[in-house]
Write a protein that binds this ligand. Sequence first.
Ligand code: AMP
Length: 132
Amino acid sequence: MASIFSKIIKGEIPCYKIAENEDYFSFLDINPIAEGHTLVIPKKETDYIFDLSDESLQGLISFSKRIAKGIDQSLGTIRTGIIVEGLEVPHAHIHLIPIYFEGQPVSLGRKTDVSESRMKELASLISNAVEL
Ligand code: AMP
């Protein structure tokens, strides 16, 4: 069965899209731990990130870098952090976490409320700043 992320790529489930290219796709996490919390995934479905080919993993990191630079440029972060867990959705993904101040808690358990209109705004701000 296709993962929820494969359904997002196909447009069967809505998302706050950031960017895509031929091989990778990026969108906001719906349970953000910080404003602009973003996921980056390979379009080809693989559960465990370390089962990706070297080429695919390198491509995922390079694509994530471009998204992270867009986050930094558009949201005024001090930097963007990176987390890989993968226990909930069996489709390899990287979490990009905007860090706004030193000491900001960065762990996946801590959800923060972001309104739908702000999610739309964040996706647009980041998306416009990303250079692929
Ligand atoms: P994990 O597999 O533990 O690395 O986390 C999976 C992440 O996917 C969680 O942070 C969820 O909030 C996020 N997530 C699950 N479903 C969706 C969705 N439909 N759109 C955006 N993010 C999602």
